[in-house]
Design a protein around this ligand. Structure first.
Ligand SMILES: C[S@@+](CC[C@H](N)C(=O)[O-])C[C@H]1O[C@@H](n2cnc3c(N)ncnc32)[C@H](O)[C@@H]1O
Ligand SMILES: [Mg+2]
Length: 223
């Protein structure tokens, strides 16, 4: 049962049944492709999972680190009420431009804000604004900085908030304590921060599907 075609077929079945694309999602991916963005967005059924998690949280404020074309942003922002707020941080001006267009077409431009620049700077700027705590943080940018992103996420949240760290499996290399791969090291350090933090409960899940072998970690800030 390790046939990637089978993973693909099962994901397609789940997605068509439970997370079917609408025009805004389809066009967001189409325009991201047309602009030459890499196809490293979440799978549709993971997008739906993000949406459900934010809904279960009753989230009114969401922070995303790593926007790409705004595909995961659309799924997350759709969980927000009309007066909700999602801030997403993106290094590339080109990616941000595509994302803004996709978010506007999805009718989400009033509640979402794409901020351009290195996320570590964006997070400092955000903190300087003394924002209300975020209910959900989705970390999905350069994996080398995962520990710093987790530290910021912990500062910018409240007891009860949820932090989701994407792509933690690294093709299985996450188990390699001696690795020189900066993305694997960053991911391991971020997971270790979750593990060591007295006010965090976390787990990590491996997945297979249209995006191959992957996984994510989920952490809740404890009261
Ligand atoms: C995996 S993609 C995000 C995918 C998106 N969350 C989705 O699922 O649709 C990672 C994004 O992070 C951006 N990125 C990489 N390094 C960054 C940094 N230092 N600061 C902010 N964004 C960064 C990349 O340009 C890319 O658009
Ligand atoms: Mg990802």
């Amino acid at each position: 049962m390790t046939d990637p075609q089978l993973w693909h077929d099962v994901d397609d079945y789940f997605t068509e049944l439970l997370a079917p694309p609408d025009a805004a999602l389809t066009e967001a991916l189409r325009d991201s492709d047309a602009a030459g963005l890499p196809q490293i967005n979440v799978a549709p059924n993971q997008g739906k999972l993000l949406h459900l998690l934010a809904s279960v949280q009753g989230a009114t404020r969401i922070l995303e680190i790593g926007t790409l074309g705004g595909y995961s942003t659309i799924w997350l922002a759709r969980a927000l009420p009309e007066d909700g707020r999602l801030i997403t941080l993106e290094y590339s001006e080109q990616h941000a431009e595509v994302a803004r267009h996709n978010l506007a077409r999805a009718g989400l431009d009033k509640i979402t804000e794409v901020r351009v620049g290195p996320a570590l700077l964006g997070l400092q700027t955000l903190a300087d604004e003394h924002p209300a705590p975020f209910d959900v943080v989705f970390i999905d940018a350069d994996k080398v900085n995962n520990p710093r992103y987790v530290e910021w996420a912990l500062k910018l949240t409240r007891p009860g908030s949820l932090i989701i760290l994407d792509n933690v499996v690294r093709g299985g290399a996450v188990t390699d304590a001696t690795t020189d791969d900066p993305s694997v090291r960053g991911t391991r350090e971020a997971l270790a921060l979750f593990a060591a933090h007295p006010k965090v409960a976390a787990t990590a899940i491996q997945t297979v599907g249209v995006k191959g072998y992957d996984g994510f970690a989920l952490a809740r800030v404890l009261p």
